[in-house]
Each structure stands twice: as C-alpha cells, then as structure tokens.
Design a protein around this ligand. Structure first.
Ligand SMILES: [Zn+2]
Ligand SMILES: [Zn+2]
Length: 194
C-alpha cells in the first residue's frame, strides 16, 4: 500500500514535470520572438530523464497492464530515427532522442507502443488489438528532417528499379534481376544522380 502511494506521488510529479516543460518551451519561444523577420529555431525539447522514463513505464504498466508487464531496461538512443524500439533478447526499450526532440509530446505514445512489444513482438492482430485498447498509434510520424537524404541514386538498367544510397557503390548489380543473386554485370547499377 505504501509503495503504491509512493508510485502515485511519483506519477503526479512526473505529470507535473512533463507539463511544466511544455510551458517552459512555450515561454522561451515567445522570448525568442524578437521583432525581426527571422523565425527562431524551436529550442530542443528538454526530454525526461531516464528515471522519469522508468516512472512513465510504471505509470503505463499500472494504468493499462495491471502492473503485470515484466520490467524492461530503458535507454535513450542518440542515433535512432524511429521513435523507439524493443529488443526482446536484451529486454531493452530504446527511446529515440532525435525523434522526441522534434515530437516531445509523443514520448508516452512511444513508450506505450514499445511496451506492447514486450508481449507481442510483431505488429500483428494481437498487437493492434492492444494498441487500440490502450490508445497508442501504430506507426511513428514521418518527419522530413529525420529521413537521411540519399547522396547517390542508382538505377538498374534492366527493371529500372531505383537504389538510393548513402555511399558510392562499386560492384553492385540489381538484386531482383541478377542471376542467383550474385553480381551480374548485365544489371550493374548505374549512377544516375549525385
Ligand atoms: Zn513497433
Ligand atoms: Zn533490376
């Protein structure tokens, strides 16, 4: 009972913290609106600490799963451009820093989504049922700044399939057309755009 009270108290402070952050961001945007024509860059969101993410996990676990989900490890990822991920072998939820600096309000949604993955690995019918039950989205919002633009565009001379790539390709041929999926000179990918 005492532990439950503590969690309730912590939940309250967490809600408060998340709310306060939003207010602070709003304020600083107003402060930055100088009477010039330049539009200030929105400040990077002050994301919850790892401790607060664990509290969020507890809150969702209590509210939607009768506190029965097994504990997972939680980490921020600085590289991931998806909203989040769950790795069953490590029992690890990763929350994307980049994504939530752009969509700070989506943290709870991402956490709910990844927590369903603890019991349903795939986005199958059971997953979707749970997502509907606890009110979370199925897919992260796409955001142009998160999609790394391909530096090179290659084209298969056979099927005309496009291969956008970050790096230059040397000996590469079309995966669909090449014989026995080995390098096939007839379908060598051609650089069409740099
Ligand atoms: Zn997912
Ligand atoms: Zn092809």
């Amino acid at each position: 009972m005492k532990r439950f009270k503590t969690i309730k108290k912590l939940m309250h402070s967490l809600n408060y913290d998340l709310f306060r952050r939003e207010k602070e961001i709003e304020l600083s945007v107003q402060e930055l609106s100088l009477p010039t024509r330049t539009i200030p860059e929105p400040p990077k969101a002050n994301l919850p600490s790892i401790e607060e993410l664990y509290l969020l996990f507890d809150k969702i676990n209590i509210t939607y799963f009768d506190n029965k989900l097994p504990q997972a490890k939680i980490e921020y990822s600085t590289r991931m451009t998806n909203a989040g991920s769950y790795t069953p072998a490590l029992k690890l939820i990763k929350i994307s820093k980049k994504y939530h600096e752009i969509f700070p309000d989506d943290i709870e949604d991402t956490m709910k989504h990844e927590m369903i993955h603890i019991i349903h690995f795939y986005h199958n019918a059971e997953f979707k049922k749970e997502a509907a039950r606890i009110g979370t989205t199925l897919k992260a919002k796409p955001h142009p700044s998160l999609r790394r633009k391909a530096k090179y565009l290659y084209l298969c001379p056979g099927c005309k399939k496009e291969y956008p790539r970050q790096k230059r390709l040397r000996m590469a041929s079309c995966g669909s057309c090449s014989d026995k999926s080995k390098y096939d000179n007839r379908f060598k990918l051609k650089l069409v755009k740099k």
